[in-house]
Design a protein around this ligand. Structure first.
Ligand code: DSN
Length: 418
């Protein structure tokens, strides 16, 4: 039987995809965990590889017909090992959360003690949140950022490690704007005999581009997503030392996943190729320069930056000094109307709930992919402030929406239809 004819095409969903493309390219995409993949990455994602089942690993599959898929997966593995200087790579995790859960499954026993950064201080759900399987299955204890400088406090982490004797220390963040030095984590892990896992989901592209220290030489395991600063398809990846390679592979398949998404694996390989090009270094550096420029411009507009600024691709903005009544929730909604997309985010010790929040998180990976630089960051800060100051004035919001569309038109994302 053939597929439905052209006249029966699902115009409803394809119409919505067109609408979403329009939204993405006519507005400012400032969600710190998003990016624009290249047309090549998208082509691989939408390829015939979506048809193939390939449980197992290159050279050891449970189905036939995997000669080509084996080559593709082997290329992805070699490229990511080269990019980060890793002993071993598993490119099959469907997401960052799947990657993290596979690491816990492979290296811990249920009930084992783990130390990680609290979600409301910039950690991740899979770093032991009580509502996540990590917090349900393992005995997580959380560290928090310092009360005054809002930075990681290694004295506190060391004290907690000595007190709780964790089997593993999880380093890594989703809304922490500062550099994550791997050495102090390694020193504490060694002191208490813990494994060290580094979740670099947010900063993988910065690490690959030399704009952030590489934790691979220090950590037992490094996990990340491929779709954030690394600019690949949605998905996850695990790098390990040779000592943990077999345990991690077994924990991904058959431990926690079935058939790998080989279209995503191929798209990862393409993204890794792109990240190996010299131009990716310029991209990573410019993301950081743009974030610094945006943070400075926002602070001139009266916002407070959590920890005083940023060393990475992102910043967390405390809205309270700008307007004590303004919440992250309302900011996200009204900025969306102005074509500026970001997400509400708790600030450390936030008096408001995660559904309301007193802050927003802003990132520069997408606008940097578009080619925007420091002068555009000053404009973005102006548009954000203008919208929020006039949040009850639809005419001003419409005016900003038009200015945002004009700015985005000067930096077209895709020159060919994707
Ligand atoms: N959703 C990701 C983020 O926005 O940081 C974390 O999983």
């Amino acid at each position: 039987m053939p597929w439905p004819s052209e006249s029966q095409r699902d115009t409803e969903v394809f119409g919505l995809i067109d609408k979403e493309r329009e939204r993405q390219v006519t507005g400012l995409q400032l969600i710190a965990s998003e990016n624009f993949t290249s047309p090549d990455v998208m082509e691989a994602t939408g390829s015939v590889l979506t048809n193939k089942y390939a449980e197992g690993y290159p050279g050891k599959r449970y189905y036939g017909g995997n000669a080509v898929v084996d080559e593709i997966e082997a290329i992805a593995i070699e490229r990511i090992k080269q990019l980060f200087g890793a002993d071993h790579a598993n490119v099959q995790p469907h997401s960052g959360a799947s990657a993290n859960m596979a690491v816990y499954l492979g290296l811990l026993k249920p009930g084992d003690t783990v130390l990680g950064l609290s979600l409301d201080h910039g950690g991740h759900l899979t770093h032991g949140s009580p509502v996540n399987a990590s917090g349900i299955l393992y005995n997580f204890h959380s560290f928090r950022v310092g009360a005054t400088d809002e930075r990681l406090d290694f004295d506190q982490i060391r004290e907690l490690a000595i007190k709780h004797k964790p089997k593993m220390i999880v380093a890594g963040t989703t809304s922490y704007p500062r550099r994550l030095e791997p050495e102090p984590f390694r020193a504490i892990a060694d002191e208490v005999g813990a494994l060290m896992m580094f979740d670099i989901a947010h900063i993988a592209g910065l690490v690959a581009g030399g704009a952030h220290p590489n934790p691979v030489p220090y950590a037992d395991v490094v996990t990340f997503t491929t779709h954030k600063t690394l600019r690949g398809p949605r998905g996850g990846c695990i790098l390990t030392t040779a000592a943990h390679a077999a345990a991690i592979d077994k924990a991904v398949f058959p431990g926690s996943q079935g058939g790998p998404l080989q279209h995503a694996v191929a798209a990862k390989a393409v993204a890794f190729h792109e990240a190996l090009q010299p131009s990716f270094k310029d991209y990573a550096q410019q993301i950081v320069k743009n974030a610094a420029a945006l943070a400075e411009a926002l602070s001139k507009q009266g916002f407070r930056l959590v920890s005083g600024g940023t060393d990475t691709h992102m910043m967390v903005v405390d809205l309270q000094p700008f307007d004590a009544e303004l919440t992250g929730k309302e900011s996200q909604l009204v900025l969306d109307e102005a074509g500026i997309t970001l997400n509400k985010n708790n600030i450390p010790n936030d008096p408001r709930s995660p559904f309301v929040t007193s802050g927003v998180r802003i990132g520069t990976p997408s606008v940097t992919t578009q080619g925007m630089k420091e002068p555009e960051m000053a404009l973005i800060a102006e548009y954000v402030a203008q919208t929020l100051r006039n949040r009850n004035n639809p005419a001003v919001i419409a005016e900003v929406r038009a200015k945002v569309a004009t700015l985005c038109a000067k930096f077209p994302v895709y020159s060919k239809r994707v």
